[in-house]
Design a protein around this ligand. Structure first.
Ligand code: ADP
Ligand code: MG
Length: 432
């Protein structure tokens, strides 16, 4: 494999499939010259600009990481380097792109999402007149896309003449990249800047994509100035998006910022109940309870579990029971047990040292317990976002300075004690 092949193999894992295919694959490797310069060829000037602005830092970083022989990159424009044959826009205007299931009717409202829901409803009823932009943020699987599409399809249903565009930020970027490559920027501008409602999903993917951010900035301004509605979703608050330029952060704060919190038990149960009802399946309340308690807050996973369960029930021709839920959800539960929570860490560490988890919470200071407890505290700090006082409370009400002391001690000792270091690495691996 030549040097570029190595770079490609590496970037392939770290770039979206579409970007990779559209953008990196067509690049031709020429040589690494005597001066340690990697020479590449691309089909046209725009492609060159794009490669240089968007990928150069990563290419150089890969070289360092993989200890390759080049330390600079030169990109030539070369007519013989053919662009890929087909190039499809991910984009489609209006209603077609909305998932028929992602409507307000099917969105269960609980205390975790009632604020975001109310804001979305208000925007759907009164586009560009209430909150503009509306910025929704939440963790994975919490219903951002659902809520956002509910707004879009609701507006579309009421006012079919309005141009409602839904794109992921990634699609926006790919569309722009293609437009640059094929000299179609005018069409691109026209497409987005004539929208009445623009919904951009997962805006955090634009972090560090400076050129795309600039383009989006202009799109945003045009639409906002013309009194058009913009809705944005993200995995975090504007200020917390790494690599997002200030001027976008400030614009995202012009309207309303609403977050969705992880669902509480009641909301999880309500959502599950609703999904079962929609599928016309009877879900006994003890099963509902079992699932809602044993799954964490990602609703997509919860839904996946329910679908599996319904499949098992339908194959075996019986009703759904807790025993069946337990059995068929083993794999998923094991997955959940691998997520790093204080409780899981205590379980795993206790088992490893042949103790019971409860012993880690006892008020003894015998060495057989004190060391595993310190290790567990250390892992809680490293693998969860829990604060020192929280960790202290979870270990039988220890003072936060005690927790801090434990963490420092273990951090210190693992540097000197190879055995301890290996044990900690092993334990850490259990949560990956
Ligand atoms: P996100 O975009 O935040 O990652 P999604 O909107 O894709 O999450 O939601 C994941 C799944 O969970 C979808 O199938 C969605 O219908 C469902 N879901 C999330 N929140 C709710 C809710 N409040 N009521 C009903 N279904 C929900
Ligand atoms: Mg989403």
């Amino acid at each position: 494999m030549n040097e570029w092949g190595c770079v490609l193999a590496y970037l392939r894992e770290r770039t979206s499939r579409e970007s990779y295919k559209n953008w990196l694959e067509p690049v031709r490797f020429l040589e690494v010259d005597a001066g340690g310069c990697l020479r590449l060829a691309v089909p046209n000037k725009n492609a060159k600009t794009w490669l240089e602005t968007e990928y150069l830092p990563s290419i150089l970083a890969v070289s360092t990481q993989l200890k390759l022989s080049f330390h600079s990159v030169a990109v030539n424009v070369d007519g013989r380097t053919a662009p890929p044959a087909q190039h499809a826009f991910a984009f489609q205007p209006n209603g077609q792109r909305f998932n028929a299931k992602y409507t307000f009717d099917r969105f269960v409202v609980g205390s975790c999402n009632e604020f975001a829901h109310a804001a979305a409803r208000a925007v759907a009823d009164n586009p560009a007149n209430v909150y503009n932009p509306l910025y929704l943020y939440a963790g994975v699987g919490m219903g951002k896309t659902h809520l956002m599409q509910a707004v879009g399809s609701s507006i579309h249903a009421r006012s079919p003449q309005m141009k409602v565009i839904y794109v992921s930020a990634e699609e926006f970027m790919n569309d722009m990249v293609n437009s640059i490559r094929y000299d179609r920027m005018r069409t691109f501008h026209e497409r987005f800047r004539t929208a009445d409602v623009l919904l951009v999903d997962d805006i955090q993917t634009l972090g560090t994509r400076e050129r795309t951010q600039e383009e989006f900035f202009h799109t945003f301004n045009t639409l906002h100035n013309n009194g058009k509605q913009i809705i944005i979703s993200s995995d975090s608050a504007p200020n917390a998006i790494k690599g997002l330029v200030e001027r976008l952060k400030s614009r995202f704060s012009w309207g309303l910022i609403a977050d969705i919190q992880p669902p509480d038990l009641e909301t999880k149960m309500a959502i599950l109940g609703r999904k079962a009802e929609e599928a016309d399946v009877e879900l006994p309340s003890n099963v509902l309870n079992f699932m809602a308690t044993h799954f964490n807050s990602n609703i997509r996973e919860l839904e996946g579990a329910l679908i599996r369960l319904m499949a098992v029930a339908s194959i075996s021709g019986t009703g759904i029971t807790t025993a069946m839920a337990r059995q068929s959800l083993k794999a998923a539960l094991a997955e959940n047990e691998r997520t790093a929570t204080i409780a899981n860490i205590q379980q795993v560490v206790a088992a490893y040292y042949q103790l019971r988890a409860a012993q880690l919470r006892e008020r003894t200071n015998t060495r057989a317990i004190a060391v595993p407890r310190q290790v567990a505290m250390y892992l809680c700090r490293k693998l969860t976002s829990a604060s020192l006082p929280e960790i202290g409370r979870a270990f039988g009400g220890k003072h936060h300075t005690t927790v801090l002391h434990a963490i420092k001690k273990i951090a210190d000792e693992r540097r000197r004690d190879a055995d301890l270091d290996t044990r900690i690495n092993k334990l850490t691996d259990r949560f990956n």
